[in-house]
Design a protein around this ligand. Structure first.
Ligand SMILES: Nc1ncnc2c1ncn2[C@@H]1O[C@H](COP(=O)(O)OP(=O)(O)OP(=O)(O)O)[C@@H](O)[C@H]1O
Ligand SMILES: [Mg+2]
Length: 276
C-alpha cells in the first residue's frame, strides 16, 4: 500500500478538481463518487466534497443525516473546514458532506460580494494540510454561485457528458464560463482537464456517434475510458456504496478503475517538473 502511495503521490500540493456540467443527470455525482473511490482503492488520498444541496454523493456513500457538517459553516461563518471532514467506509476516501443549508449559500455568498474567492479561501487550509492528494468537488447542475465558486476554487475542471443526442448541449456554455472565470482574474490558471463520456451504450449507434463527435472536437482532452451504462452503477448509491465496493469486478467498477488509471497517468509528475 505504501509503495502505491509513493508511486502515485503527486509532486504538488493537493489538486482541486471540480466535476461540473450545468446540465442535470449527466453522471457528475456517479463520476465524483466512483472516480474518487477508484483512486482511493489505488492508495491515493482523496477528499470528496459534496457541493450540491441535493446531497446525492453524501447519501450515495452511505452518510446518514446525523453524520458531519457541510462546508456551509466554513463558507459563511469562517469555521475550520478540516472539522467537516469525515471518513467513508472506503480506506483512503474522506468526504465533506452536503446538507440542505448549502442551498442558502447561493444567496448568502452572492450577497457577501466576494463569492468567487470565498470557496478558494476556505479550501486553502485543506490544500496546505498535506493530508490529501486530490479533492473533488461534486457540483450542482446549474450555473449558480456554488458552481462558479467551485470553478474559481479549482485547479482543474472535469466535465462528464452523457452519450446522448443532447449530451453536447451546454458544453459550449461551460467552456464560455471557464473562459470568463479565467479572464475576470478569479482563477486565471483554471484548466479544462478532461471530458468523460458517461452512460455509454456500445450497442447504440447514436452513443458511438456522440463519442466520435466529442473526440473530433475536443481530441485528447476526452478520456479514452467511456463509462458504460450499467444497472449496477445506477443501483449502487441506494446501497450507500461506491461501485468499487458494491460490485468490484463488474463493468462499472472496471471502467471507473480504468478512468482512475488514466487520471493518474495524466497527473503523473513530468520528468522535467522541478521537485517541490
Ligand atoms: N453509467 C451509468 N449507468 C447507469 N446509471 C447511471 C450511470 N451514471 C449515472 N447513472 C444514474 O443516472 C442518474 C443521474 O446520474 P448522476 O446523479 O450521477 O448525475 P448528475 O449529473 O450528478 O445529476 P445532477 O445534475 O442531478 O446532480 C442517477 O440515477 C445515476 O445513478
Ligand atoms: Mg449530482
Amino acid at each position: 500500500m505504501i509503495a502505491f502511495v509513493v508511486k502515485y503521490a503527486p509532486a504538488f500540493l493537493m489538486r482541486i478538481i471540480a466535476i461540473a456540467n450545468q446540465k442535470g443527470g449527466v453522471g457528475k455525482t456517479t463520476t465524483a463518487m466512483n472516480l474518487s473511490a477508484g483512486l482511493a482503492s489505488k492508495g491515493v488520498r482523496v477528499l470528496l466534497i459534496d457541493l450540491d444541496p441535493q446531497a446525492n454523493a453524501t447519501s450515495g456513500l452511505g452518510m446518514t443525516e446525523q453524520e458531519g457538517v457541510s462546508l456551509y459553516p466554513a463558507l459563511v461563518a469562517g469555521d475550520d473546514p478540516r472539522n467537516a471532514i469525515i471518513p467513508t467506509q472506503l480506506p483512503g476516501l474522506s468526504m465533506i458532506r452536503s446538507t440542505q443549508d448549502l442551498a442558502g449559500c447561493e444567496v448568502e455568498l452572492a450577497q457577501a460580494g466576494n463569492h468567487l474567492v470565498r470557496l478558494r479561501q476556505v479550501l486553502q487550509p485543506l490544500r496546505e494540510s498535506g493530508n490529501f492528494d486530490y479533492a473533488f468537488l461534486d457540483c450542482p447542475p446549474s450555473l449558480g454561485v456554488l458552481m462558479t465558486s467551485a470553478l474559481a476554487a479549482a485547479d482543474e475542471l472535469l466535465v462528464p457528458i452523457q452519450c446522448e443526442y443532447f449530451g453536447l448541449e451546454g458544453l459550449s456554455k461551460i467552456v464560455q464560463v471557464v473562459q470568463h472565470i479565467r479572464e475576470c482574474g478569479a482563477n486565471p490558471g483554471l484548466l479544462l482537464e478532461g471530458i468523460v463520456m458517461t452512460m455509454f451504450d456500445s450497442r447504440a449507434n447514436l452513443a458511438q456517434q456522440v463519442v466520435t463527435d466529442v473526440r473530433s472536437y475536443f481530441s485528447e482532452i476526452v478520456y479514452q475510458t467511456a463509462i458504460p451504462r450499467t444497472i449496477r452503477l445506477g443501483e449502487a448509491p441506494s446501497f450507500g456504496k461506491s461501485i468499487i465496493e458494491y460490485e468490484p469486478n463488474g463493468r462499472g467498477a472496471q471502467a471507473y478503475r480504468a478512468l482512475a488509471e488514466e487520471f493518474l497517468a495524466r497527473h503523473a509528475p513530468k520528468a522535467d517538473t522541478p521537485a517541490p
